[in-house]
Design a protein around this ligand. Structure first.
Ligand code: CUO
Length: 661
């Protein structure tokens, strides 16, 4: 709640062990209180199910039992009659329900209740900084809040590359994997697209299975390109579940809730059959292999098996969405008993491989949590495997024909980049920024604690696209901009079939085209993929819009979005060659008729739009989601497309970000 409020709680809301000290608990909020919030005495619903997850334990959506419990609690939160009752229930829950479970369910409920659309959900990195930074930082932050008055507080510096030595080549990618903004995006995506809930409408969002495929496909494309910039080979997919996993990961983070270090995974660990009674996890690697084989079989015959035994064809338009839900799996899966829970199970097998039978009472590793999974090199190996299966399906679709690709009368004569780094050049560098970690320390109202961390940044630039319209009238087009590497790991030109999978979406927008020549100038800051820095690390106290309005609701939803500071790959100091691609497609084939008034849609490419349809009728990733007869990108081009060779040049210096956030 509001840090300047006194919350008065009915006595029986306190768990027994706190009853003797309730007045002390309330008084400690007293000094800085600006107002009093009266918590009403309501009939508390049955919480026995949510209380099955131990208070001091971890909580993972990838664990079936936890997910069922979460669905139950979300339902309870959604069914509270009004905001006042919801708040009362929350204060009752706070000291009883596992904090991760509580935070997750409340966040989902706030995002989906009509009367809470104006409330910001807590910034995850602020509430649980232990999932994002070194415990040394948190300890230092505690010291600061205890000892130093507000005015004197200097930001605490989060060290760069603290999880491994440079001798591990994987460490060259640590700035990407451990980026706080990237992990926040991933956590937020899974919050906006939960795969299970007692309330079906929360799961059943437009093309959510396809978006699961596409958003993660783009992560792999970005990570692989990032690896090429750092002189390491593309990710090797994890498709043999009996082989040792070469990559190690030592998170060097501590769970505040469990007061335990996050368990590491040693190099060359094996996946094992899991039998953990407390988490109700009992699965064999054979289950995973069976799932995999059934997917391969389904793609082979381009049809999935329904529970009735009948086949349902995987068609051109909906097949990818059906597969996405089946593979994740979400509750929209058409046949969970047969195809299983493959993607989620992979996370679980990896997350528990250090203690498969709970003999050592260890919790799951970072792969068990969507807020931390992207830190681990194995995340990308697992998702490369998942993506590969989607790609097998896509490879079976006929290549796009001329009519689908071309736009009669529209010619893109050139595309390029203008900016401070020079024409067709993007410059990247390190930047130091500051976020507020204060809220995550404990329940004490101690004010802000600033932590400074280092992340990649790039100079802003402008896409300049020349379009000639010979139709004789004003028409609408969809401009699609991608960037991709041009050479493979050994320096050979990338064939189209490999390059298309490395195409990184940078922007997509609708554009009116007057007859004759049109010069389109679009700023890199407007990307349909990213959200601005201020939104990734938004201050919980900052509000946009009046509570209950559409504007405020969209602000919550729009916490989802790739962090803008990671828009482009890092490049190299000598200049990494890339190809910029722009296409103008026929808006009549793309458009979705819907009212977007008040809708925040500025990161819709990876996140969709709240309560709306995905704003592009084409397959996600179009036109690169399918194979083509073209051997090289140049063979693929139509008159409504253009390319430009670009360079991303990295400078190994650190700049300070101006007073922000
Ligand atoms: Cu996002 Cu596997 O789906 O982590």
């Amino acid at each position: 709640g509001d840090k300047n409020s006194v919350i008065q709680i009915p006595e029986h809301y306190y768990p027994d062990k706190y009853k003797a000290v309730t007045s002390t608990l309330e008084n400690r909020f007293g000094e800085s209180a600006g107002r009093t919030v009266q918590v009403s005495n309501i009939a508390i619903p049955d919480l026995s199910v949510p209380m099955q997850v131990p208070y001091n334990g971890q909580f993972s959506l990838f664990v079936n039992h936890h997910r069922t419990v979460a669905g139950h609690l979300i339902d309870i939160f959604l069914n509270m009659r009004n905001l006042e009752d919801l708040m009362s229930l929350c204060s009752y829950c706070q000291l009883r329900i596992n904090p991760y479970l509580f935070n997750y369910c409340l966040s989902v409920a706030i995002l989906h209740r009509p009367d809470t659309t104006g409330l910001n959900i807590p910034n995850f990195a602020e509430v649980f900084p232990d999932k994002f930074v070194d415990p040394k930082v948190i300890n230092k932050a505690r010291e600061v809040t205890n000892l130093e008055p507000m005015g004197d507080r200097m930001p605490i510096v989060v060290p760069v590359n603290y999880t491994a030595a440079d001798s591990d080549p994987e460490q060259r990618l640590a700035y990407f994997r451990e980026d706080i903004g990237i992990n926040l995006h991933h956590w937020h995506w899974h919050l906006v697209y939960p795969f299970e809930s007692a309330n079906e409408s929360i799961v059943n969002k437009d093309r959510r299975g396809e978006l699961f495929y596409y958003m993660h496909q783009q992560i792999i494309a970005r990570y692989n390109t990032e690896r090429m910039c750092n002189g390491v080979n593309r990710v090797k997919r994890l498709s043999n579940f009996r082989e040792p996993i070469a990559e190690a990961y030592f998170p060097k983070m501590e769970s505040q809730v469990a007061s335990r270090a996050w368990p590491p995974r040693f190099a060359n660990s094996y996946l094992r059959d899991l039998n953990r009674a407390t988490d109700q996890v009992r699965v064999e690697i054979l289950d995973l292999e069976n799932s995999r084989d059934r997917f391969l079989q389904a793609i082979d015959k381009m049809a999935i098996q329904l529970p009735s035994g009948r086949d349902q064809p995987l068609d051109e338009t909906t097949g990818i969405d059906v597969l996405g839900n089946l593979m994740e799996s979400s509750s929209l899966s058409r046949n969970r008993p047969f195809y299983g829970n493959m993607h989620n199970l992979g996370h679980i097998f990896i997350a528990y491989c250090h203690d498969p039978e709970h003999k050592y009472l260890e919790q799951f590793g970072v792969m068990g949590d969507s807020g931390t999974a992207m830190r681990d090199p194995v995340f990308y190996r697992w998702h490369s495997f998942i993506d590969d299966i989607f790609q097998l399906y896509k490879a079976k679709l006929p290549p796009y024909n001329n009519t689908q690709l071309d736009y009669n009368g529209i010619r893109v004569s050139s595309v390029g980049i203008e900016g401070s780094a020079g024409n067709n050049t993007i410059s990247t560098f390190w930047e130091q920024s500051t976020v507020n970690l204060g809220r995550g320390l404990d329940f004490m109202p101690r004010g802000s604690v600033l932590a400074t961390f280092t992340h990649l940044q790039h100079n802003e630039f402008t896409y300049v696209i020349d379009v000639n319209n010979t139709t004789g009238q004003t028409v609408m087009g969809t401009v699609r901009i991608f960037i991709a590497p041009t050479k493979d790991d050994s320096g050979q030109p990338l064939p189209f079939e490999e390059q298309r999978k490395l195409m990184i979406e940078l922007d997509k927008f609708t554009q009116a085209l007057r007859p004759g020549n049109n010069k389109i100038r679009q700023s890199s800051t407007k990307s349909s993929v990213t959200i601005p820095y201020e939104r990734t690390f938004r201050d919980q106290g900052a509000r946009v819009g009046t509570p209950g309005t559409a504007e405020a609701a969209d602000f919550d939803f729009c916490g989802c979005g790739w962090p803008h500071h990671m828009l482009t790959p890092k490049g190299t100091t000598s200049g990494f060659p890339m190809v910029l691609f722009a296409m103008v497609s026929n808006w009549n084939d793309d458009r979705i008729e819907q009212d977007l008034v008040g809708a925040c849609n500025d990161a819709s490419s990876y996140c969709g739009i709240r309560d709306r349809k995905y704003p592009d009728r084409r397959a996600m990733g179009f036109p690169f989601d399918r194979r083509s007869d073209a051997f090289m990108l140049s063979d693929f081009l139509k008159p409504n497309m253009a390319v430009r060779d670009c360079t991303i040049r990295f400078t190994d210096t650190t700049r300070q970000r101006g007073q922000t956030a």
